[in-house]
Design a protein around this ligand. Structure first.
Ligand code: HAM
Length: 409
């Protein structure tokens, strides 16, 4: 009986893995160039880490289980809460700000579809310790640089959950969360029905709908000011100033509510323009406060996570290809072939026969591998300290001294 993999999970064959590694390499390079250093937290955590503030949407999707000791654990649905837990437990004495990045798998029990998996990967950063607009501007521009360098065609939207939260300040917290969640899902009908159900004041209702429709250039800030005159727009203005000076292209969007509950300030999302259909959100982030909920001091932080699987789906990065050499040997010379192969591995990918095949079939396998060069180890040449080198692309063949082989390949 064949055993299938679980729904919503994926296998990655070598071609796909090589492409993913190439993309990962670009992300790491750029994050490191901004001073971010890699961290890693456990795959599972205490369940409560995610129930405290991640929001109902995430909690419903958690892979939770009891271990043999009866403890409630969960596979991480994201890494922001784990990274802040780690920060509170181990890093509070470190000089601030802290710049961390991660690349790790996450688990959400969602309805599987294209671009939406139950195990997926995030590449993300958390900048911990600053509440300045400069911190938001840095992480937004970092996310932008990565997507830009990967030649993704995307729209970046920047907003501020503070506006919606300010508007909903007199509404009960769980009601406000539900409203935010409907806004996040862009479920306008659901939102209308819910606002009716709770009998919201009509002025507030109008303000909510006017605000979430505001998408555009910096001029929409003025419209937002008209809707919420007593909100301080200074912070987001300054973020925009920096982004403008860096020529980051974005649109203001005050309808961004984010699916997680912990955001407090500037938030942003990026959507791929093509290739992903409904699951086109490839990046999400913003500023938040979590440290005080995990037993630490109230510490501002900001960050983002890129949806790695979605990006890999639409990104056309060519993985770096090393030269492939196949060392072909006549019977009895396998040991020599192994030794020559070892000598060449500093410079190329080198493959030897392990199937006890004859020379013809070894050469045919070299073609299957799309190899560049075959080094043929034969009795007669070997006696003179030589081997035959065949260029598998041109078919050209010549005899080379073993000591010159490295230079030839
Ligand atoms: P998020 O928006 O929930 O944010 O997830 C970030 C990205 O992960 C999404 O934009 C999407 O591309 C990808 N993603 C989410 N769910 C799935 C899925 N089921 N299958 C494939 N890709 C998925 C966060 O997780 C926050 N922790 C981001 C953050 C970091 N905020 C501040 N710091």
């Amino acid at each position: 009986m064949k055993i299938e993999r679980p729904r919503g999970t994926r296998d990655f064959l070598p071609d796909e893995m090589e492409k993913r590694r190439a993309i990962e390499k670009v992300m790491r390079r750029i994050a490191e160039s901004y001073g971010y250093r890699e961290v890693l937290t456990p795959t599972f955590e205490h369940l409560e880490l995610f129930t405290i503030k991640s929001g109902e949407g995430i909690v419903e999707e958690i892979y939770a289980f009891k271990d043999k000791g009866g403890r409630d654990l969960a596979l991480r649905p994201e890494l922001t809460a784990p990274v802040i837990r780690m920060f509170v437990n181990e890093c509070t004495g470190m000089p601030k700000p802290l710049r961390f990045y991660y690349f790790a798998n996450c688990f959400r029990y969602e309805r599987p579809q294209k671009g939406r998996y139950r195990e997926f990967w995030q590449f993300g950063v958390e900048l911990i310790g600053s509440a300045s607009p400069l911190a938001d501007a840095e992480v937004i521009s970092l996310a932008y640089r990565i997507m830009d360098e990967l030649k993704i065609d995307f729209d970046l939207h920047v907003g501020h959950v503070g506006l919606l939260r300010h508007m909903l300040r007199d509404v009960e917290e769980n009601v406000a969360s539900k409203i935010m969640r409907l806004i996040d899902k862009k479920d306008v009908e659901g939102l209308e029905a819910y606002l009716d159900e709770i009998g919201i004041e009509s002025d507030l209702r109008d303000s909510i709908f006017s605000l979430i429709e505001l998408v555009g250039g910096r001029e929409v800030m003025d419209s937002a000011r008209e809707i919420i005159p007593d909100f301080d727009f200074g912070h987001i203005e300054r973020v925009c100033d920096v982004l403008d000076s860096l020529e980051v292209e974005y649109r203001l969007d005050f309808g961004i509510a984010r699916g997680l509950d912990y955001y407090t300030g500037v938030v942003f999302e990026a959507y791929a323009k093509e290739g992903l259909g409904a699951q086109n959100q490839i990046c999400g982030g913003g500023s938040y406060r979590l440290a005080h909920l995990f037993g630490g001091d109230d510490t501002p932080a900001t960050g983002f996570a890129l949806g790695f699987d979605r990006i890999a789906e639409i990104c056309n990065v060519e993985p770096e290809r090393k030269k492939i050499v196949v060392v072909v040997s006549f019977k009895g010379l396998e040991g020599e072939a192994f030794r020559i192969a070892e000598m060449l591995r500093d410079k190329a990918v080198v493959v030897t026969d392990v199937m006890e095949r004859n020379v013809k079939r070894q050469l045919s396998y070299a073609n299957d591998l799309n190899a560049d060069v075959a080094v043929i180890v034969g009795e007669r040449e070997l006696r003179e300290g030589k081997v035959a080198v065949k260029d598998l692309k041109s078919g050209e063949q010549r005899t080379v001294g073993i000591e010159d082989l490295l230079g030839v390949i």
